[in-house]
Design a protein around this ligand. Structure first.
Ligand code: IPE
Ligand code: IPE
Ligand code: MG
Length: 244
C-alpha cells in the first residue's frame, strides 16, 4: 500500500498513520522563564490542544500523547495534583471540540493509583466519543510500557488454554494491550532527551524517532511539519533491503 502524501510548501511529504509524542520539557520551559512547573504544564497542555488539531488536519489517523507515566507519581504532591486537575479539565471541557472534529478519545494506562475523579472523567469522555471516526487520540495516562506488556500476559493466561497460547501470534498479542493500535510510524520526543522512558515499548518497534531540542510548550505547527519532512527522508526498510 502506498503511503498517504501531502504537498507542503511545494514539497511532497509522507503522512504517517500513527504519530506518538512524548510531551517533555514543560518544567524546564517554565524554569527558563522564572515560572513554576505548574505554569509550565498549563502552557504544555494549551499547546497540546492546538497541536492535536493541526496533526489531525495533516491527515494523521492516530496520535498517542505520553502525558503521565507510572513513574511520574514520584513527583511532588503539588505537581501531581496539578497534572491530575489538568486531565480532569481536559476531559470535561474539550468534549465539544472532539465531537465537532469527530475524534475518538481513548486512554492507555492502569487505574491504580489514579484519583477517582480522573478515572471518572477519563471513562466519561471515552464513552462519549467512542463512535467518532475521523481520528483517534490516545492519551497515555498513568502509562508504563512494561506494565502494559505484563498486564497483557496476565490477561492472556486467564483467557486462553495452553494449546491456544502455543498458537499465539504477535497480532493476537497486540489485542491484549491497553488498546489495539497500529504500530507507531513516527515517535517524537521534545526537549532534547534521547530516551523512551518506558513509552509504547511494543508499538514503537519499527518507529522512526525524532528528537527536537524544542521544549514542548514551544513545539508548534511548523515544528511538527518539519518532523514530517524529516520522516519523509527516512528509508524505512523493516529489515528488508530497500523500501522506496
Ligand atoms: C512534561 O514535562 C512531562 C509530564 C510529566 C507531563 P516535564 O515535567 O517532564 O518537564 P521537564 O522534563 O522537567 O522539563
Ligand atoms: C516521560 O517524561 C513521561 C512523560 C512525558 C509523561 P519524564 O520527564 O518523566 O522522563 P524522564 O524522567 O526524563 O526519563
Ligand atoms: Mg521531563
Amino acid at each position: 500500500m502506498n503511503p498517504k502524501t501531502l504537498e507542503l510548501n511545494g514539497q511532497i511529504v509522507k503522512i504517517p498513520r500513527h504519530v506518538a509524542i512524548i510531551v517533555d520539557g514543560n518544567g524546564r520551559w517554565a524554569k527558563e522563564r522564572g515560572l513554576t512547573r505548574m505554569q509550565g504544564h498549563d502552557a504544555g497542555f494549551k499547546n497540546l490542544k492546538a497541536l492535536a488539531n493541526h496533526i489531525f488536519d495533516r491527515g494523521i489517523e492516530y496520535i498517542s500523547f505520553y502525558v503521565f507515566s507510572t513513574e511520574n507519581f514520584k513527583r511532588s504532591k503539588e505537581e501531581v495534583g496539578h497534572l491530575m486537575d489538568i486531565f480532569v479539565l481536559l476531559c470535561r471541557h474539550e468534549l465539544k471540540t472532539f465531537m465537532k472534529n469527530n475524534i475518538r478519545v481513548i486512554f492507555s494506562g492502569g487505574d491504580e493509583p489514579l484519583p477517582q475523579k480522573v478515572i471518572e472523567a477519563r471513562d466519561w469522555i471515552a464513552e462519549q466519543t467512542k463512535n467518532n471516526t475521523a481520528g483517534t487520540i490516545n492519551f497515555c495516562l498513568n502509562y508504563g510500557g512494561r506494565a502494559e506488556i505484563v498486564n497483557a500476559v496476565k490477561k492472556i493466561a486467564r483467557d486462553k488454554t495452553p494449546e491456544e497460547i502455543e498458537e499465539l501470534t504477535e497480532q493476537e498479542f497486540s489485542k491484549y494491550l491497553y488498546q489495539d493500535l497500529p504500530d507507531v510510524d513516527l515517535m517524537i520526543r521534545t526537549s532534547g532527551e534521547l530516551r523512551l522512558s518506558n513509552f509504547l515499548l511494543w508499538q514503537n518497534s519499527y518507529a522512526e524517532f525524532y528528537f527536537p531540542k524544542t521544549k514542548f510548550p514551544d513545539f508548534h505547527e511548523d515544528d511538527f511539519d518539519q518532523a514530517l519532512v524529516e520522516y519523509t527522508s527516512r528509508d524505512r526498510r523493516f529489515g528488508g533491503i530497500k523500501n522506496n
